[in-house]
Design a protein around this ligand. Structure first.
Ligand code: IMP
Length: 209
């Protein structure tokens, strides 16, 4: 049976990035929505990895023959002991705009010097394989909380996430540049390697039978 990759997300922007990075594997890639899968998932893990695994396992129960991937991501601000972390999308309420959320963090860091404004985006990706194996990877991008909102690209906390090496926020980068550097891009590239190696090994084992 042809191997398929299913990503447990309904987010089209994520799917574009996922397809760009995983297409080299030569396997068809679907989102959960494209397969009309809808399941209520309670993300009650205490880490990005746990939440990614919870999502991937929930969808894999419905699609036991597919490679099911899921991600969980967020922003960690060192000055705030890693907040908002796994609560990044829930912070100040799911329905609160990012313009407001971003301003809250700028206020919390008002007057805090450069060297204490360090932050990172984190992305964990979990994969559940048809043989029951589970793998997780983590990708990050290091930066700082900016002093003001800047840039129109991206989403979420991008307008306050400043990357010193590039002298701009991730909301001021074009999408290709951000994908090349981002936490999700890094985690996807690490997962691509794991899938590649796993199936290369399985092929060798199949041939030796
Ligand atoms: P989720 O992994 O889709 O649940 O996203 C978690 C939340 O983390 C998002 O809603 C954003 O608040 C934040 N986040 C994750 N990745 C990024 C990013 O690349 N830019 C800006 N915000 C992000």
């Amino acid at each position: 049976m042809e191997k398929r990759i299913v990503f447990a997300t309904g987010n089209q922007n994520k799917m574009t990035e996922i397809r760009m990075i995983l297409e080299d594997l030569g396997m068809p890639i679907y989102s959960m929505n494209e397969l009309h899968i809808d399941t209520d998932i309670v993300e009650d893990g205490i880490s990005f990895e746990e939440n990614a695994e919870i999502k991937a396992r929930a969808v894999a129960r419905l699609l036991p023959h597919d490679i099911v991937l899921a991600d969980d991501s967020g922003l960690e601000i060192d000055y705030l002991d890693g907040a908002p972390g796994i609560y990044s999308s829930r912070f100040a309420g799911e329905d609160t705009s990012y313009d407001i959320k971003n301003r809250i963090f700028l206020d919390k860091l008002e007057g805090v010097p450069e060297e204490e404004r360090t932050a990172r985006f984190v992305c964990a990706i979990a994969a559940v394989f048809p043989d029951g194996n589970v793998e997780t990877v983590r990708g990050t991008i290091e930066g700082q909380i900016a002093h003001e909102i800047a840039g129109e690209n991206g989403f979420g906390y991008d307008p306050i996430f400043y990357v010193p090496e590039y002298g701009c926020t991730t909301a001021e980068m074009d999408p290709e540049k951000k994908n090349a550097l981002s936490h999700r891009g890094n985690a996807l590239r690490a997962m691509r390697k794991i899938i590649e190696e796993k199936y290369k090994k399985d092929e060798v084992e199949d041939e030796s039978v």
